[in-house]
Design a protein around this ligand. Structure first.
Ligand SMILES: [Zn+2]
Ligand SMILES: [Zn+2]
Length: 255
């Protein structure tokens, strides 16, 4: 599994694109496949810069219906259409994902969905259900974000990744993250400061309890990331028993 951070920013960062992660599985007998985790309004250009083939992407996961997590879909899919995509595309998320994404597409480009030369498929992945699709095993759990958010666990070939979307951890997301090779967690501030968001200290505690092998901080509040960089580095350095890092856009790692 190759994980590339296309964007690592929060909603309104002037420097960093919205958090969006491209997960690719190499040819290993089960075939190549790739999944995009969240696609906010500033994510599509980062995707295009990294993925020139309009037929490569197999699926998109939407953690929740905030603009910095799904408003990039109309641009992404309309460029797929422009570029002659033929392969079906799966958009997965919580119940209602098909209705919400279709509404966004129609608002942005009224009739473009009718012209797509590829099949657009939707899949509701609710907590408690496990799906085998697009080359991965998918399961979900609800985080503590006020706008209902589902964290995702993706597995393939004995490797596992957790992506929380937005919101502080819950008992359910802790169980979902158990033993993951990589935990990608929203960390809006160093200490818990905003009830609707996670923190770095909270994410470290969460990932250690879950037995995660590595932890990536994403969606860090823009001023916190800029003004408290030294404290963040110190916190990362003093964390034992697990690799912790705060990726930059374009950073890539292999699980
Ligand atoms: Zn967000
Ligand atoms: Zn949100």
């Amino acid at each position: 599994m190759i994980v590339k951070f296309l964007g690592v920013g929060e909603a309104f960062d002037e420097r960093l694109p919205n958090t969006s992660i491209l997960v690719r599985a190499e040819e290993d007998g089960a075939g190549q496949s790739s999944v995009l985790l969240d696609c906010g309004f500033t994510a599509p250009p980062r995707f295009w810069a990294n993925c020139g083939d309009p037929d490569e992407l197999d699926a998109i996961w939407i953690s929740h219906f905030h603009g910095d997590h799904f408003f990039g879909i109309p641009a992404l899919l309309t460029r797929f259409w422009e570029s002659g995509r033929r392969k079906p595309l799966l958009v997965a998320g919580q119940e209602g994902v098909g209705t919400v994404v279709s509404q966004a597409l129609r608002l942005a480009y009224a009739s473009v969905m009718d012209k797509f030369g590829f099949e657009l498929k939707f899949l509701d992945i609710e907590p408690g259900n496990t799906f085998e699709t697009a080359g991965f095993t998918w399961s979900a759990a609800q985080s503590g974000h006020p706008q209902r958010d589902l964290a995702l666990r993706l597995e393939r070939g004995g490797k596992s990744l957790f992506y929380g979307g937005d919101g502080p951890p819950t008992e359910q997301t802790l169980a979902l993250a158990h033993g993951c090779d990589l935990i990608i967690h929203e960390a809006f501030s160093i200490e818990q400061k905003y009830p609707s968001h996670g923190s770095m200290r909270g994410a470290i505690d969460f990932a250690l309890k879950a037995g995660g092998k590595a932890l990536a901080f994403v969606h860090v509040q823009r001023d916190e990331r800029r003004e408290r960089n030294y404290e963040i580095k110190q916190l990362i350095e003093e964390t034992k028993h697990m690799r912790v890092f705060m990726p930059e856009p374009e950073e890539e790692l292999e699980l």
